[in-house]
Design a protein around this ligand. Structure first.
Ligand SMILES: *Cc1c(COP(=O)(O)O)cnc(C)c1O
Length: 458
């Protein structure tokens, strides 16, 4: 028999989970105004709210914490991280920051002026926020295939070269300070970008004299997809793929809370010493001196180790296969999901799950609430509540996709937990027709309403 897949680690320390009853959960979620962000984490059995900063560090990372050097300037841990970034990613210069959005804040402070245009593939929301805050405009050049939730395509995160060249041609080139490609494409469902595509985008950027940056939060997961799905790279190691990928670009922003395998942190890495000097000024202002930038020495040491661990094939195989496993189980039970399953999360399609519930009653939120009541599982709504109101008309925006995202933390749950999640979702699916109405909003903030919204059952 072919040996089955198993987690490539054993568990040295455990964190006990509290069991609650369905009746208790009904009360907890009602008391939280049906907002999953309001739940105390100890009332959640399996927490799939996000994969950001929720992963488990290894024994070696924990030992790095003990060895961290907390010197203000010139910390040994800073140099350890600098070495790791050079070795794994190939960049000569880097600045630590407290998380990914802080890296964006610092880099964009140097590069973006009012009226600038920043093309990319479905910019992440903090990326877009930092572009728009400076009066810039984020232009989405993702391939059309990326917007079709039922289409099985290997690299749905790819940049459409024609769309990108049109942006270059139709605008004064000095208004385009850089292009940013997000790998994997988080907003698009954790969909990868091919190495061939990066190479072509890089060539196009060079032709027009525009810099190219990578938003690399999930660069290692992306490299795994390249190895698995791109013929030319199937015999390359993950580290070879990562090295080659970054060789085509000018720099990157990083949220270390994802493929950095740590709970907090970020950085900017780059090749140009002049850009490094300019960005250092903003880093010192916003984050901290250049050799710590908002991070503890020990956390830089754990991150340095994390970059090696996240680029190990066995880890990545486990990681991506676990996400796939949950997707497969859900499909077996008939639960409608987006395909192909991305690198960090499974998305349940709430429109197909609750076809009788209009978007104005927030079906994806309803699904999230019902899944919590059924099994104590917490996902997150990526739908109408998140889409918020149009700032000009004040009307609600109804997005094409109404989804419940189940994001899987790294090295935290076993496949038994995934079985449990799938059965909980299947149980809700079985009684979907008995659930007749959704919610109405009784309180919402003027922006980013999803974090604090209060709901009432209809
Ligand atoms: C999480 C994330 C960010 C922002 O990073 P934070 O560490 O949350 O500030 C930026 N881009 C992508 C693709 C992300 O997933």
């Amino acid at each position: 028999m072919k040996l089955p897949f198993a987690e490539p680690f054993k568990i040295k320390m455990v964190e006990n989970l509290k069991r609650t009853t369905k009746e208790e959960r009904e009360k907890y979620i009602k008391d939280s105004y049906y907002n999953l962000f309001n739940l105390k984490s100890e009332l959640v059995f399996i927490d799939l709210l996000t994969d950001s900063g929720t992963g488990a560090m290894s024994d070696i990372q924990w030992s790095e914490l003990m060895k961290g050097d907390e010197s203000y300037a010139g910390s040994r841990s800073y140099y350890q991280l600098k070495e790791a970034i050079k070795d794994i990613l190939g960049f000569e210069y880097f600045l630590p920051t407290h998380q990914g959005r802080a890296a964006e804040n610092v880099l964009f402070s140097v590069l973006i002026k009012k009226g600038d245009i920043i093309p990319g593939n479905s910019h992440f929301d903090t990326t877009k926020g930092h572009i728009e805050f400076r009066g810039g405009k984020a232009v989405d050049c993702t391939i059309d295939e990326g917007f079709d939730p039922t289409l099985n395509y290997p690299f749905k995160g790819n940049v459409d070269l024609n769309k990108l060249e049109r942006v270059f041609k139709e605008n004064p080139i000095e208004k385009i300070p850089f292009v940013i490609v997000t790998i994997t494409n988080n907003t698009g469902g954790g969909q990868p970008v091919s190495l061939e595509n990066i190479k072509q985008v890089s060539a196009l950027c060079k032709k027009y004299g525009v810099r190219l940056f990578i938003d690399g939060a999930r660069f290692a997961e992306n490299a795994y997809f390249i190895k698995e799905r791109e013929e030319a790279y199937k015999n390359k190691t993950i580290r070879e793929i990562v090295k080659e990928l970054f060789s085509y670009v000018d720099g990157m922003t990083m949220s270390s809370k994802k493929d950095g395998m740590v709970n907090m942190g970020g950085f900017i890495a780059m090749r140009d010493p002049e850009l490094f000097r300019e960005a250092s000024v903003f880093n010192i202002m916003f984050e901290g001196f250049v050799t710590y930038g908002g991070m503890n020495g020990r956390d830089m040491a754990a991150l340095a180790r994390g970059l090696y661990e996240s680029t190990e094939y066995d880890y990545l195989e486990y990681r991506v296969k676990q996400v796939e496993y949950l997707g497969k189980k859900l499909k077996e039970y008939g639960v409608p999901i987006l395909e192909p399953v991305g690198g960090h999360a499974v998305f349940i399609d709430a429109k197909r799950f609750f076809p009788h519930i209009p978007q104005s009653e927030y079906p994806a939120q309803l699904l999230g609430v019902e899944l919590y009541i059924e099994g104590g599982v917490r996902g997150v709504e990526i739908g109408t509540i998140l889409a918020d109101r149009d700032p000009e008309t004040g009307k609600e925006r109804f997005p094409k996709l109404e989804l419940l995202r189940l994001a899987i933390p790294r090295r935290v749950y076993t496949n038994n937990h995934m079985d449990y999640v799938a059965v909980a979702a299947a149980n809700v699916f079985e009684k979907r027709n008995d659930i007749k109405r959704g919610f109405k909003i009784i309180y919402e903030a003027p922006i980013m309403r999803h974090f604090t919204v209060k709901l009432k059952r209809l």
